[in-house]
Design a protein around this ligand. Structure first.
Ligand SMILES: [Zn+2]
Length: 313
């Protein structure tokens, strides 16, 4: 009898708490679905991007490694989804500033006759979209000579590697084994881990041989850059070393959970991954061979992948 009374009392106390908590959860879910909290680190992430991945990578490789600059998938789709008679190639070109090699502010694209009358160019639409109109700072240099790299996976790409679906929070840049890897910014080496003494794929491994560098680009902004799948014994740095942009830190390999020689280039800010390609200043290329790529589509030998995405993870 006493036990029953206590039980009733507990229920009486808990019931309103559970009700209030339930109510809060419902409200928060509703606000999230209305995008009340906005977006931050996922800015520019195009959901269900698998359908566009191959076309997008083709246009990236026609542009990035020839030093023309970088345009995000979200910017391309912003226009393409309104008019699919436009090609990715022409949207990419129209959205680049030829001098600064930066993605143009959207208002500058919208004055072109081709785009002017689009709904996408109406002020309200632009404000509602994630298309920023700011001229962005580019504090990084490229992690490989740009003529030496082929993009095989872009930031936030939805893909399948070794039968497992994931969203890739980095850039995969395929390049032959032993291609020099450079620091993308002035910073300090925070981690050097080279457990693999042979250049081998290990599907139960992670990033393989890897280096992390922290770069404070201004008072408020510190990035952490992660370079993975590096070649055995190729590290030119140790923890605590100060490095400069374009200083060689290691060589490309295929160690760890990889599908062929490539660099996994991942950038984080305040613990969240961000688009590392969008930070690179393409006017600073450290390359004398942009018009004659040393590395093109003749990929070096890689294992039989049985239909898996080549040069990934
Ligand atoms: Zn990767």
């Amino acid at each position: 009898m006493i036990k029953k009374k206590i039980k009733m009392k507990i229920i009486a106390i808990l019931a309103p708490v559970v009700l209030v908590a339930g109510f809060v959860i419902v409200i928060v879910c509703a606000l999230v679905s209305l995008d009340f909290f906005g977006t931050n680190e996922t800015d520019g992430y195009v959901e269900e991007n698998e359908a566009y991945a191959e076309d997008y990578k083709a246009v990236l490789n026609q542009n990035i490694k020839y030093g023309k600059g970088y345009v995000s998938l979200s910017r391309i789709l912003y226009f393409y989804l309104e008019n699919d008679s436009l090609t990715f190639k022409e949207i990419y070109t129209d959205n680049l500033d030829k001098e600064t090699k930066k993605q143009l502010p959207i208002s500058e694209v919208c004055i072109l006759p081709k785009y002017k009358s689009m709904t996408a160019c109406k002020t309200d639409e632009i404000l509602d979209s994630s298309q920023s109109d700011e001229d962005v700072n580019k504090p990084f240099t490229a992690p490989l000579k740009i003529s030496n790299m082929n993009v095989t996976s872009f930031f936030m790409e939805e893909r399948t590697v070794y039968g497992k679906a994931d969203v890739h929070h980095a850039w995969d840049l395929s390049s032959p084994n032993n291609t020099p890897v450079y620091a993308t910014c002035d910073g300090e080496v925070t981690s050097v881990s080279f457990p693999y003494s042979q250049n081998i794929i290990d599907t139960s491994g992670g990033g393989g041989n890897q280096i992390k560098i922290k770069c404070e680009v201004d008072e408020d902004t510190t990035y952490e850059v992660w370079y993975a799948h590096l070649y055995p014994n190729s590290s030119k740095v140790k923890v605590g070393d100060k490095v400069k942009s374009w200083q060689q830190i290691a060589e490309v390999g295929t160690t760890g959970y990889s599908t062929g020689p490539h660099l996994h280039y991942q950038v984080s800010k305040d613990g969240n991954t961000v688009d590392g390609m969008s930070l690179i200043d393409f006017t600073d290329t450290n390359s004398e061979t942009i018009t004659k790529p040393y590395f093109d589509n003749n990929l070096s030998p890689y294992p039989n992948l049985n239909g898996y995405t080549p040069y990934g993870n």
